[in-house]
Design a protein around this ligand. Structure first.
Ligand code: PBG
Ligand code: ZN
Length: 325
């Protein structure tokens, strides 16, 4: 056998599973996850979303059970999306004291006080036109929408939310929400801003799940153009200046470069949303036997963390937590 003069051999550290485990740089844990839950009116309701196998719209009692599973698996947080009983141009249930998210927040906090409840703050699931803001003609009005977002965030705070997460990409939304929360003494309630949210086709299945597709037009006048990167820097800086406690990048998988850049730009926790379309692709291929779900999911979530995410919002949270445990 020829002995090559090869002192440096990276393979030495890959030789056994124990060695690989010891030198692994990124350790995914259930503590990294935030689990999205869709809440509907009713009792004992588990209405499956066909484009998101394993995910369902849940009534409050079922949402409490689902949240309990997350807590038991060591997932620290859930994020709630509400489907109202009725929709109207403003989305009145969105800031009603007994709205669906407010009910679910109270029930989950009561049953699982140590589990963090985050709430999505936007208009699109509640408005009859499906837009993230107040609409005049074809226009989505920015500043009129801020007032609604303030009411929504305040009502979530009053229901006991631990984190409010504005997702509508309205200019000034973080400042407006910070102001109203502080005025009502919720000075310690953090804002997780969807600061860098691209207008993405990967949201398709979510719009079935949350019944929030726009009835006309699209979201391109507020969500970002996926061809842009400097714009993401601007959005992050702005939201930090407005008082965001945490910054989200969304979607995740096609935007790993943006996650990395955001991580390097800011000194607050960075969240990344592994969105519905990313989930649907993996589930569909796995169902066909075209890829191995468990290993693809763990690889993907590790990649999102490696890119710089401290928190990963993912529909795989319960499965991944089980596999990691
Ligand atoms: C609503 C909202 C959306 C998502 C989270 N909050 C949809 C959208 O902006 O159209 C997408 C989440 C997902 O696809 O999993 N503003
Ligand atoms: Zn919206």
């Amino acid at each position: 056998m020829t002995i090559y003069n090869l002192p440096i051999r990276p393979r030495r550290l890959r030789h056994t599973a124990a060695m690989r485990r010891m030198v692994r740089e990124i350790q995914l844990t259930p503590a990294d996850f935030m689990y999205p839950i869709f809440v509907v009116h009713g009792e004992g309701v588990r209405h499956p979303i066909s484009s998101m196998p394993g995910i369902a719209q849940l009534s409050v009692d079922e949402a409490v059970r689902e949240a309990g599973k997350a807590a038991a698996l060591g997932v620290p947080a859930v994020i709630l999306f509400g489907i109202p009983a009725e929709k109207d141009p403003v989305g009145l249930e969105n800031f009603a004291a007994d709205g669906i998210v407010q009910q679910a927040t109270r029930a989950i906090k009561q049953a699982h006080p140590d589990l963090l409840v985050a709430t999505d703050v936007c208009l699109c699931e509640y408005t009859s036109h499906g837009h993230c803001g107040i609409v005049r003609g074809e226009e989505i009005l920015n500043d009129d929408t801020l007032e609604i977002l303030q009411r929504v965030a305040l009502s979530h705070a009053r229901a006991g939310a631990d984190i409010v997460a504005p997702s509508g990409m309205m200019d000034g939304m973080v400042r407006a929400i910070r102001r109203i929360l502080d005025e009502h003494d919720f000075i310690n309630l953090p804002i997780l801003s969807y600061a860098v949210k691209y207008a993405s086709s990967y949201y398709g299945p979510f719009r079935d799940a949350a019944d929030g597709a726009p009835k006309f037009g699209d979201r391109k006048t507020h969500q970002m153009d996926y061809g842009n990167v400097h714009e993401a820097i601007r959005e992050v800086k702005l939201d930090l200046a407005e008082g965001a406690d945490m910054i989200m990048v969304k979607p995740a998988l096609a935007y790993l470069d943006i996650i990395r850049q955001t991580r390097e730009l800011c000194d607050v926790p960075v969240a990344a949303y592994n969105v519905s379309g990313e989930y649907a692709m993996v589930k569909a291929a796995a169902e066909k036997g075209w890829l191995d779900e468990k290993s693809v999911v763990l690889e993907t979530l590790t990649a999102i963390k490696r890119a710089g995410a401290d928190i990963i919002l993912t529909y795989h949270a319960l499965d991944a937590a089980r596999w990691l445990g």
